[in-house]
Design a protein around this ligand. Sequence first.
Ligand code: ZN
Length: 226
Amino acid sequence: MPWSVGDTAALRQSVIRRVRYALNTHALLDDRVPPEGAYDSAITNALVQIVAAEWPGAERDPAGRLKSAAKLLDFIVTSVDEHFVPSSQLREGIELSQEARHGRSDDEWQILNESHIDALAELDGHESLGVLERLRGRTYNDSLVLLFEEEVGVHLPSRPKDRLDFPDPDECDECYRPTFVVTAWDDFGGNVGPGFCIACGHTRSNEDASDLAVGEAMRRAMDRPD
Ligand SMILES: [Zn+2]
């Protein structure tokens, strides 16, 4: 069984973080938004994603809250990782976006500039992100669906023979995205088995699945020409 319900929260969070990073960074690169709020959201989501991927659990403080961007950057810099050395412009970018957001900026030249935004875009080179290219020009909803579909592809077996053991993902009853993962065939060999949606978290229990499958089977029987 390639899926467990426990995976869904982590998967959802990972997808949403990557989408927020990519779309905010594109808006900054294209100079389409006032920079401070977008910068803050992009860098926080990127750093949480990187820390959660490299050092699972270290993205939260002892009380379980997500750490701030500045604290995450401190953590990355002090944790030895030769493959990933964040630019010093990131720290300045965090400070500038925070000052402006809290109304403390008193020097109009102390603003986020291209070098801070370029440093943000460079984070995409980390293997836990890698989304800027693919999500360029996409809407928020399109981006979510694309990354969710990729996750479905990654988590289902790739060999056609093994693949037959698992029903195809279906449209979700709640959010209508094609991201409902069916974890078992239903009692009639159909696609109405138990499962869950990796986009919205909606789950279908064994009991609900049985009721739905019976309904589907009856509908098929009644549609049959006699
Ligand atoms: Zn859903």
